[in-house]
Design a protein around this ligand. Structure first.
Ligand SMILES: O=P(O)(O)O[C@H]1O[C@H](CO)[C@@H](O)[C@H]1O
Ligand SMILES: O=c1cc[nH]c(=O)[nH]1
Length: 238
């Protein structure tokens, strides 16, 4: 048991999918896995372990933002021995080429969070980077399934409502989309020598003020969730 996860030792798989929303965790467990057990209810940050195509996989809700995912990612790695962490999130498209319902694979993450400076000190700008092996597996699954997928840099920002950042300039520099957790996930995976990848469905196009409806968000997340489970099943137990 850790501070925020009340799971018995051994009840979390070595590969964990990480949605921000606890109800997405429930949805993923109930619709994609068999033989499911609920291992965590602390703060309603639901965590489940089950089977996907015969492979043991877990799903853990992380909440929103860098502080929240940092808690869950750290406890999963340090207290439960988790090796592979795959975020299954939503994001807001920034680049012109990114459209609603596209799937974005975060190769790297730019951030306005102090988490990098707090780790390495002034003058060092660590570049949080996704695991290449899981990235190329995810890309192949998406291509084979015919999903619209984009790979590149995402902004992991500290505020959802943020009119302080020049998002146009970031988009001009190739930043595809914005979300709120990936820099911490990649930084902490690097710290503990584990593998991490963030996959996200574009639920908003910020530059065009386009937004998916609540129903659309649920339905279109399925493709991204499927990629997450397929990669998880490939790397589980490796
Ligand atoms: O859909 P999730 O995984 O929560 O991700 C995105 O949605 C939340 C904001 O609405 C932030 O957590 C952001 O990163
Ligand atoms: O962080 C997020 C997530 C979805 N959409 C956004 O605009 N931002």
């Amino acid at each position: 048991m850790s501070t925020h996860i009340n799971a018995a030792p051994g009840s979390i798989a070595d590969t964990v999918l990480l949605p921000g929303d606890p109800l997405r965790a429930k949805y993923m467990a109930e619709n994609f896995m068999t033989d499911v057990t609920l291992y965590n209810t602390v703060r309603n940050a639901f965590g489940y372990t089950g089977l996907y195509k015969g492979k043991r996989v877990s799903v853990q809700a992380t909440g929103m933002g860098i502080p929240s995912i940092s808690i869950y990612a750290t406890e999963l790695m340090t207290e439960y021995g988790v090796q592979n962490l795959i975020r299954t999130g939503t994001c807001g498209g920034m680049a012109d080429t990114v459209n609603l319902r596209d799937i974005v694979l975060a190769q790297s993450s730019t951030t306005d969070s102090s988490i990098i400076a707090n780790t390495f000190g002034p003058g060092v700008y660590f570049a949080p980077t996704g695991d290449f092996d899981m990235l190329q597996r995810a890309y192949k699954v998406a291509q084979d399934a015919g999903y619209r997928v984009k790979v590149g840099n995402v902004l992991g920002e500290d505020r959802f409502y943020n009119d302080e950042l020049d998002k146009g300039k970031l988009a001009d520099y190739g930043v595809l989309a914005t979300e709120m957790e990936t820099p911490a996930l990649y930084l902490l995976a690097a710290k503990y020598h584990r593998r991490a990848l963030a996959l996200m469905t574009v639920s908003d196009q910020l530059m065009r003020d386009e937004h998916l409806s609540a129903d659309d968000r649920q339905l279109t997340l399925n493709d991204m969730i499927k990629i997450g489970f397929e990669v998880a099943a490939q790397v589980a137990g490796e």
